[in-house]
Design a protein around this ligand. Structure first.
Ligand code: ING
Length: 323
């Protein structure tokens, strides 16, 4: 019997620095109501969906930034999400800033079932930006200041979504730019990758020219390639619009295992896009071009594990004796 799961990217428009969590949560509950009306079974919210993208703001005392973090999930502010999930029989993905009881700080994503159980948790591994205030930047990007590198690896779990078992995996924002992250999920037979992102629509650094249209191109390129090369569906959900003067692009998409965009958001506000994902569509790629067990050659991939940065190649020397 076909395993068809109806998924939604629940894109959020901007959340201003001064806006309380309750406003974002109310907007997300509205999107869950709309998702239910459209027969959706899994709703994917963005990265850091409860607050503004606070890593653009510098706090000299890191403890001041703790107000952006959740110490409990659910909490009083986020309980309405769990109530809506139960009411509508929805599973949902939520990105948020997690502070652990032992004082850890992570950029985290969870997958929650209608009963309010957290079926999967992931902590962002690829943290872009910098740790100290950078006066050369128009806008700071302080993820390396406020978050530790994720310590949960890239887990995949076979979990019931829409009443069917689905191999689900999570990425967060910058992770989508690293093929290694997708491949670790692919090597666990992932069928549905869910990810949220907050990405500026223009290059804030003065490090070189980058045409504005490339921001969306690179985002789509990485998600489509990741889905195709690992024979998986992907739901990628933006936080979009202008937050305290910083513009984030939307363009949330749902992608199939052939790398095709099934649906794309066309606004930069709160918007729901949906798609019916026939999970058996993962089988073709997984049993032919990307039959990893038949075609991968790990013995040739040593550099991927052994090296962090790139090294200079050896200089070519002619093999002919000096004329
Ligand atoms: N944001 C951005 C992202 O990877 C970025 C950072 C923007 C990197 C543009 C490169 C180019 O989409 C987050 N939050 O990772």
């Amino acid at each position: 019997m076909a395993r068809i799961v109806t998924v939604a990217a629940a894109q959020l428009g901007p959340i201003q620095k001064a806006e309380p969590r309750s406003v974002a949560v109310q907007r997300m509950v509205r999107l869950m109501e709309r998702a239910h009306a459209r027969g959706v079974q899994v709703v994917v919210f963005p990265e850091l969906a409860l607050t503004t993208f606070f890593p653009r703001h510098y706090h000299e005392d890191r403890a001041e930034a703790d107000s952006w973090f959740e110490t409990a999930m659910p909490s009083n502010e986020t309980a309405p999400l769990f109530e809506a999930a139960r009411k509508y029989g929805l599973s949902f993905h939520l990105g948020y800033a997690e502070r652990t009881p032992d004082g850890g700080h992570y950029n985290t994503a969870i997958l929650v079932n209608p009963q309010g159980e957290i079926m999967l948790k992931y902590r962002k591994v690829h943290l872009p930006g910098h740790a100290e205030y950078d006066p050369a930047r128009k806008v700071q990007h302080l993820e390396k200041r406020y978050f530790e590198v994720g310590n949960l690896g890239f887990p995949v779990v076979r979990a019931p979504l829409g009443g069917m078992p689905v191999n689900a995996g999570l990425l967060i924002c910058n992770d989508r730019r690293w093929p290694e992250a997708w491949r670790v999920l692919g090597l666990q037979s992932v069928e549905l990758v869910m990810l949220g992102y907050n990405t500026p629509s223009i290059n804030q650094d003065a490090k070189g020219f980058e045409a504005h249209h490339l921001r969306v191109l690179h985002s789509h390129l990485t998600i489509q390639a990741g889905a195709y090369q690992n024979a998986t569906f992907a739901v990628a959900t933006a936080k979009a619009g202008t937050e305290d003067g910083c513009e984030l692009f939307g363009n949330s998409i749902i992608v199939n295992p052939q790398g095709e965009i099934m649906a794309e958001a066309t606004t930069w506000g709160d918007e729901l896009i949906t798609a019916d994902c026939d999970l058996d569509a993962c089988t073709l790629g997984r049993t032919t071009i990307f039959a990893f067990d038949k075609h991968r050659r790990p013995e040739a991939y040593g550099r991927i594990i052994d090296q962090v940065g790139a090294v200079a190649p050896p200089e070519w020397q002619s093999s002919r004796a000096a004329e």
